[in-house]
Structures are given as C-alpha cells and as structure tokens.
Design a protein around this ligand. Sequence first.
Ligand SMILES: Cc1ncc(COP(=O)(O)O)c(C=O)c1O
Length: 372
Amino acid sequence: MKGKPVVDPVYMTATYKFDRSDDLIDVVQNRSGYIYSRWDNPSVKAVETELAGLEGYASAVGFGSGMAAITTAIMAHVKAGDRIVSTQEIYGGTYELLHDTLPAYHVDTAMINCGDLERLLAEIDKGLTLLYLETPTNPLLRVVDVKTLADAAHAKGAVVLLDSTFASPVNQHPVDLGVDVVIHSATKYLGGHHDVTAGFVCCNEPYFKKIWNLRKVLGGVMDPMSAFMTLRGMRTLELRILKHNENAMQIARFLETPDKVTSVHYPGLASHPDHAIARKQMSGFGGMLSFEINGDFDQTKRFMDQLGIIKLATSLGGVTSLANQPITNTHVALSPENRAKAGVSESLVRLSVGIEDVEDLIGDLYQALKAV
Ligand SMILES: Cc1ncc(COP(=O)(O)O)c(C=O)c1O
C-alpha cells in the first residue's frame, strides 16, 4: 500500500512473537528487540528517545508516574547504611519517601533548608551516596544552585539526581549543571493537558542499566497509551512553555500590587530570594507561582471557592490554570512542624498558570481577591 502513517501507532501489546528461538534468546541476552512490555515497548521507547534527546542524555526510562520514576531512580542507587542529602522543600510525595519510607529501610536522609547553601555543603562534606535535588521547588519556587552542590557531591563520589519537573526541558538544562539523573513527572508539562499520569528519568551509563533493571523488577512501567499521549503533548512543549512563562510573569507582577496579597513567590521577580541564581541557571522562569493571601485559612478557602476560569485542583503544568492550597493536599502528609519548615502556611496558594488569555486569568484573580 502506498502512503505511510505520519503518526506511529500505539503498540498495545504485552508480548512479542518470534519466528526462531535464537531470536528470542538474542533479545533476552542482548536487549536487541522486544520480548515483553514490562521490559520495553515501541511506543514507550519512542517517547523515551525523544525526551533523552531533548535533555541531552543517551537514554530515558519511562514510568507509570513521576513517583514511580523517583522511587525507582533513588532505590537503584542506595542500600541499607547509605546516606542521602536532600532539601526540605521538595514535592510532598518525595518528602514522604525520603523522610519516612527510606529510613525504615535503614537509609539515612538529611533534609536541609534549600536556602542554606553552607549547611547543605557541610552535610555533603560529611559524606553521602546520593544527592537529591528539586528545582524550582514546590510550592515556594525556591531555586537551588545545582552546579555548586553537584560538584561538591561528585567530589565525595555521590550520584546526583534532580527533579526538573517544574522547569521542563525548555527552561532548564540539567546536563549542563552536572546532574547525573534527571527526573520528570510527565503528568505535568511534558503531557501538558492533565490527561496523562507518567514519569521519566534521563541519564547515561552506568545509571541507565541500574534504573532500567529496577523498573523491570519493581514493575512501575509506562503504558503504551500514556507514552503515545505524552509524545503528542511534547510536540507542542516549547510553544506551551513560552506561553506559560509569559502568562506567569504578568500574573506575578499583578499579584505584587493588591493589598489582599502579602507576598508572591516567583523566581522571575526581582523580589524573589533566588532571582539571581534563577537568571543564571534557567532560560525561562516557568509557569508556576505561589502567593500568600492576607487572611487566615478560611479566608484563603473563600478565595479558592471564588475562582472561576482557574480551576481548584491539584497537579500542575497543563494548558488549564489550576490553583490549590498546598496545606490541604500536596503537603497534607507533613506534620505542622515540617510544613512550617517547608514554608507551607495556611494562607499559601499555589497557581499553575495555564495558556489561557492572561487578561481573563488576571480578571479571575481580581474578582476572587475581592471576596477575601
Ligand atoms: C515536582 C514534582 N515531582 C514529582 C511529582 C510526582 O509526580 P506524579 O504525580 O506523576 O507521580 C510531582 C507531583 O505533583 C511534582 O510536583
């Protein structure tokens, strides 16, 4: 038949057939093809190849969620008795993993305020197996000096992992900062439309083999449909991110003015504590911001309930603007003390700025602030 599909099909298959036993044996021994979709699948492979190229690494490994990517990437590199250094201001699920789950397996974790570079360097100096970073952070958009910390960790022989979800591959290029393993929750900007749950790591050898092998063992593999949807989302990644960046900057500037907002956290603002490092480390400031309402928990809730175009929902990174109160969902698992350490107050609102008309978004925020 003449004419070939412009778009590859979704390979909805769990297993693969062979004409000869020798071919099957070759695939098992040399990974020269496909044998079983918990190992590899052509649809998953297609999106892995695309993302690895974007991030500048030899390989990527696709997962069923961002958390599957994070747990597998970390567990591939630590064993009982090892030590991880990380920051307090990381995604709530990752915080639980480092703070609660891994210590139960006798992996020690030191979680330091990300603004305290000296303390972080001192903890690294004590010795570590793995440095785990996330920047910009969730929900306060702190920007961590990756190169300085990665260099210090490498000097101690550690592997450096970075969750680059908030930046996306468009706004930050971790390979240039010395990161060994980059992680993305593809549920966010890579998918981009709030309709996929998926995750990735990008890395070179020797990290790839370890992570790929543990994905096979733990089984948190990406499914072919999610791979197809993520690749489709990635076709417009750069266009979307540029619009997210532009909208978020305008909204951050707007939020600096009303007296119903006491502070705005956006790395693109000169008032942000990490503005200088963000300018150096990032090529765009991203679509995420957070701000404090001048009121208590109930008044902040009233503001949330008043939003119209901006949807009250958890998650982020898609075309539709979403707002949440981190204290009620993303950071609910943290004790009040640890929440305070992470800077998550009862009046904090996190906003994932979408790609809608920015005037409409500002109008929505304006009318909701009036209700406070
Ligand atoms: C920065 C960051 N990393 C990882 C995750 C986890 O991703 P997933 O929900 O796809 O498991 C999230 C989820 O919100 C996140 O914000």
